[in-house]
Design a protein around this ligand. Structure first.
Ligand code: SF4
Ligand code: FES
Length: 242
């Protein structure tokens, strides 16, 4: 090992809630750090060479699919976008993200949670207009389209939910991801829902009035989405309903 290479220590929570004999414990792994190594690469190496039983999720390895969220030294992050070199002392502790059902070790079920969120905010265009595919699409102002596209950059990683203090107090809180999803459709000129309609969906303490502006979501969102800005936008609109 050259003087610039180092050995890092990764500790990961291991626990299989499906097993009657499994007990939560930490496993420690030593890994030779490679240039540009991400946590995802390190975990794969561990699974290949040291512990084939270690469970964690990934698909894209590029910060796009949102499946590799985990708590890294106390903060929820994407494993595929986290360089091991960021940790100067070479010690990295990994935990599964809270707020989601634990599947095994570092793997949690964000998919079913996101599905529930999506249904709750009725995450689809509501319109009475009939679509005529023989005609050109309705024009949308570029600024308006840009605002919608920006919120569409959400990858449903769940990091904003795992970082949210309100979610700990209110288990049914919909999180920043749910609130900005509602904002995304409210901004979209194709969606004809009224403020009253959105109030019915998210006008309570598990929705838009539950957020305590603790900023955990915005501080940790890997896509740097303007979460608090859009939450404030929806709150201002819905506070005047009823
Ligand atoms: S808002 Fe950000 S942190 Fe939350 S799910 Fe979307 S991309 Fe992930
Ligand atoms: S593996 Fe897809 S976001 Fe990390």
């Amino acid at each position: 090992m050259s003087s610039t290479e180092r050995e890092i220590t990764i500790t990961a929570l291991k626990y299989d809630p499906q097993s009657k004999v499994s007990k939560p414990h930490f496993a420690e792994y030593k890994v030779k750090e490679a240039p540009g190594m991400t946590l995802f690469i390190a975990l794969n190496e561990i699974r290949e060479k040291q512990d084939p039983d270690l469970a964690f999720d990934f698909v894209c390895r590029a910060g796009i699919c949102g499946s590799c969220g985990m708590v890294v030294n106390g903060k929820p992050r994407l494993a595929c976008r986290t360089l091991t070199s960021e940790f100067e002392n070479g010690k990295i502790q990994l935990l599964p993200m809270p707020a989601f059902k634990l599947l095994k070790d570092l793997s949690v079920d964000t998919g079913n949670w996101m599905n529930g969120m999506s249904k709750r905010v009725e995450s689809w265009i509501h319109t009475n207009k009939k679509t005529d595919i023989s005609k050109l699409e309705e024009r949308v102002e570029p600024d308006s389209a840009q605002e919608t596209f920006e919120l569409d950059r959400c990858i449903e990683c769940g990091i904003c939910v795992a970082a949210c203090g309100t979610k700990i107090m209110r288990p049914d809180f919909i999180g920043a991801v749910g609130l900005i999803r509602a904002a995304r459709f409210d901004i979209d000129v194709h969606d004809e829902r009224s403020d009253e309609d959105y109030y019915e969906l998210i006008g309570d303490d598990n929705g838009i009035f539950g957020c305590m502006t603790l900023l955990g979501c915005e501080d940790n969102c890997p896509k740097n989405l303007p979460l608090q800005n859009k939450i404030a936008y929806m709150r201002r609109k819905l506070v005047s309903v009823k």
